[in-house]
Ligand binder design. Structure first.
Ligand SMILES: *Cc1c(COP(=O)(O)O)cnc(C)c1O
Length: 355
């Protein structure tokens, strides 16, 4: 079979998504399935929709366009603030976008008028992780301004924690978002439809039995694909952690010394590697590299160790495991390794779902 390849078990992904959708529904929270890690892969999008997600979200308009082209029928949300230069595409292909700049909402409004369409806007609120968002004190003014733009519909508010500074979603910051929703509705009437509390970093909070208040949406990618929460990368009970594996092929297998010889300088990536002499080792080279994945995010099979990588080689110490040229080695991937593998044109995708 073609290598390298991502093997993706759609049944496991569907199971993970359904389990989260059902558990979160008990707290009144709907799930937006996030498709960006696999470039808006239509088969994954379909699995998420079968599992009952209320819509799909992606950070790239290109991925939303790809899903539209694949005739995926769903509400589509652009979950990164649109680029000014892409306003026309955003209005055409996304039903809703997340925003934090009035200048961009103005451009979306112009594009929407041209296209004779309406476009939904969720305003992102900064609650401490210091990535995107309007400062809480500026939200009421931003809602008032948003509501004035022709063809723009104010849909609600959202926040994003955990991603940049690792700030945990908790009762306090979630209550702050909830209170903001109440404040907006007190001032403008019942206009806040969506209150989107965050991403897979919100799982522990959401499943803890804490009061979820006005929060009625989470955007989930990693927790569905990997079956774990993302604050401590702990498995979520009842979910599959092995829905996705990366497989690469051995192109050299030899016994070699563990110590390099000659004068040591920087390698291709500007790194110097301290090495210890462990005597001769069984070394294998796989035809996959940093262009195709993040080697630091790969977990090799037991007894095998990754000793280095270049742009197109991954070097293993295969220990006592007998490896030959042409063999395939299978790795568990983390989010970073998946992201790069799903983006590399050199990595195939194979879907394994028992019929
Ligand atoms: C990527 C992203 C998500 C999904 O994050 P996961 O950790 O994969 O669940 C949600 N919201 C925004 C704004 C994102 O950029």
């Amino acid at each position: 079979m073609t290598a390298p390849r991502l093997e993706i078990d759609l049944d496991k992904i569907e199971h993970n998504a359904r389990s989260l959708v059902e558990r979160l529904a008990r707290s009144g929270i709907g799930v937006t399935g996030v498709t960006k890690a696999t470039l808006g892969e239509a088969k994954i999008a379909s699995a998420l929709l079968r599992a009952g997600v209320s819509g799909l979200g992606d950070s790239h308009i290109d991925n939303l366009e790809a899903m539209r082209l694949a005739r995926i029928a769903s509400t589509m949300t652009l979950i990164r603030t649109p680029m000014l230069s892409q306003a026309d595409r955003v209005v055409k292909h996304a039903d809703v976008s997340f925003n934090s700049e009035l200048e961009i909402i103005a451009a979306l409004s112009s594009a929407a008028q041209k296209a004779e369409k309406t476009h939904g806007v969720v305003l992102m609120v900064e609650l401490g992780d210091l990535r995107e968002g309007i400062m809480p004190g500026d939200v009421l003014d931003a809602v008032a301004a948003t509501r004035c733009f022709p063809k723009i519909i104010f849909k609600g508010i959202g926040t994003n924690l955990g991603c940049l500074r690792g700030i945990s979603p908790d009762e306090k910051n979630m209550a702050a978002l909830s209170d903001l929703a109440d404040l907006i509705d007190t001032k403008f009437g019942p206009v806040t439809d969506i209150v989107s509390g965050g991403n897979s970093a919100n799982i522990n909070w959401a499943l803890s039995g804490a009061k979820t208040g006005r929060i009625n949406n989470l955007r989930l990618g990693e927790s569905i694909l990997f079956g774990c929460e993302t604050l401590h990368r702990q498995p979520i009970a009842g979910l599959h952690g092995d829905a996705i594996t990366l497989i690469a092929e051995v192109i050299e297998a030899k016994t070699k010394p563990s110590l390099p010889w000659g004068e040591v300088a920087q390698n291709a990536f500007g790194e110097t590697s301290p090495s210890t002499d462990r005597g001769p080792i069984s070394q294998a080279i796989l035809a996959i590299g940093r262009q195709d994945t993040d080697p630091s995010g790969l977990t090799p099979p037991p007894g095998i160790e990754i000793i280095g990588s270049g742009s197109d080689h991954l070097i293993l110490n295969t220990g006592r495991v007998h490896i030959s040229v042409g063999d395939e080695i299978s790795f568990r991937v983390n989010y970073s390794a998946l992201l790069r593998a799903a983006t590399s044109p050199f990595v195939a995708r194979v879907f394994t779902a028992p019929a």
